[in-house]
Design a protein around this ligand. Sequence first.
Ligand code: R1P
Ligand code: URA
Length: 334
Amino acid sequence: HKPVYKNANFPTDAEGRTYHLGTKEGEVASRILSVGSVSRAQLLSNLLDPPTPGRPLFQRTSSRGFLTITGRYEGVPVSIVSTHMGQPNMDFVVRENRAVIRGQMAIVRLGTCGAVQRPAKLGDLLIAAHGSIAIRRDPDYWTLLDGHESLLHKRNGASSNGAANGTTAATNGSSAAALYGGFTGRKPYVTSLPVTANQQLAALLAAEAARVVGPDRVVEGLNASADSFYSSQGRTGSDFDDRNEGLLADLVAAHPDLVSLEMETFQLLDLARCSKGSIKAIGMCVALAERYSNAFLEYHKLEELEISGGTAALRALVRVPLDGPSEAEADVLK
Ligand code: R1P
Ligand code: URA
């Protein structure tokens, strides 16, 4: 049967289930481990306390493919939520979970990422203890560039070949340039100022990660979250005019403490910052790619690293103090 949604501003169905994650109050714990894939969520659910007879772990997959698993870790209620990829999906996860949980929440993201510079290396756990910056491809750069190049072309006296197109692009581009401040000085990629992570959670996570994998395999620093795996992470190719050849070098020069590059941590930290004190958040990721050497982790090694990272994340989650209604909230555990 098809659900009926009410309230265009924040749609929920007749049972109070959110539109994309499909969960309702009582099904999600206030301590959440957010992971990028369904398979990682299922793998890490094996770390939860064994379910009691007749009461299996709560599991729900929404129509959009978000999987929520609720159980206990060291006796404390936790949920593992598959978040998929990119900032809009992290936005669904943070906002829709916020809507179904009372009291303060903690969210730890365990993802994979590129290691941008040493000391971060393949297989390390990189913690966004210094916060995160967003990197966005600015399409206006190409819009204005079109007009700019066509104008130059026109000024240089080109007439016959493609002149009609050139003139249209020049007109569009120059009116856009007039409106938006011109092409000169424009950059194809825009980076935000950093947002901070919760320092209490960061310290707990760093200590637990060091305990699990050893301190030489844990690196704390700044994260960057990009709006593409490719262009805005400085991956180059010939199919698109991406103008990103200098991106990684520029990032490293501007941010000496930058360690990880992925796609969701910024959104998590930004929303936590705007949550009126109601969300404590941090991101950690397994370095899957070394961007400075071009090495990529042998994929069969990933599972073990996900389990190590997941163990550290769960240990930090159940140790962070939270204000508000007690943990027993997750009705599905009663
Ligand atoms: C890209 O391959 C995906 O991997 C990283 C990026 O942030 C992006 O989501 O994280 P996850 O492994 O958590 O998905
Ligand atoms: N995920 C990313 O977003 N980037 C990488 O380089 C590796 C994993």
